[in-house]
Design a protein around this ligand. Sequence first.
Ligand code: GDP
Ligand code: ZN
Length: 366
Amino acid sequence: MTSSSASPVLPALAPYGWDEAWADAFVPYAAEGLLPGRVIRVDRGQCDVVTPSGVLRADTAFVTPHDPLRVVCTGDWVAVEAGGNPRYVRACLPRRTAFVRSTSSKRSEGQILAANVDHAIVAVSLAAELDLGRVERFLALAWESGAQPLVVLTKADLVPDPVTRSHLVQDVELSAPGVTVLLVSAVEGDGLDVLVSLVSGGTSVLLGQSGAGKSTLANTLIGEDVMDVRAARDVDGKGRHTTTTRNLLALPGGGVLIDTPGLRGVGLYDAESGVGQVFSEIEELAERCRFHDCAHTAEPGCAVLAAVDAGELAVRRLESYRKLIRENQWIVAKTDARLRAEIRRDWKRKGAEGRAAMEAKRGRRR
Ligand code: GDP
Ligand code: ZN
């Protein structure tokens, strides 16, 4: 039903992730004579779009809504009116996933960073001590976006002992239910073939702290030519961004990499459901707490605290969970005074209840 209008463009856009579902979504636009394409870069009112006719620059005036989360961004699939001058993006196809960053602005709005990402690669360096709390933050962000996270422990060559290696992997696996954890060494080549094949089936982004090895991984995935460019850039110490204008690249081994400057050190934004997925075992336990809104601090009948007492749940994990929830509420609340007041009231109440419960407990002991 759809193939007559959409299939001729498939070969050119397939390396960028074009598939039957996108072709289906595009049918009405094809009927209007518009060209499909994927946004590889956005730049103040304009964007670069890879289309079957090559990379075109198009104006986004028609698709600039008031909601900043609906602004066209890197990774979007769009319909371009290619005939005129200027060319215009006429529509943006509904996103499958979206990475959003919290803003420091007064209004409760985030900033859209990347769209239609399938894999979020969280790079974690083994050169430093594992910070599982940080890993959990990146995982929460990834889940929230809708992408499937993947943890890559980089610089594995610095941990030659196989027993230590597998302990590190296990530690991360316990903090990352449902997530593949991969050991990689760019120096010795371990794990790189697995990584290449994992990213070949979709669009990936690299997340992680500065120094985690993201650029090195990107270079490995992209291939030598770009690596040379980046190495040359490193000589003068700062990124001459003119040399790498594309924020979205089709990889030689298959798949697409989105690597925008804003995405790397991204913060949390309204990631509550993402938090739930990172801490799925805690959320499962919480269903058995006596109180529906149990804060797992000192409430009677708390199944989470019982699991900690029984040694089934690490205290660190529970603290990490609490911290993320608090932080997340704060990000949402800092822009919304009413919610802020509510949360303050809630904390006060929980604090009072907690103290009362503690006192009751102590009273019983005495
Ligand atoms: P980014 O800030 O996350 O992009 O991290 P980089 O890719 O720039 O890497 C930070 C540092 O770690 C650089 O000095 C890299 O050479 C080094 N590095 C990256 N990958 C590896 C690795 O697999 N093994 C070792 N030993 N060092 C690495
Ligand atoms: Zn509880």
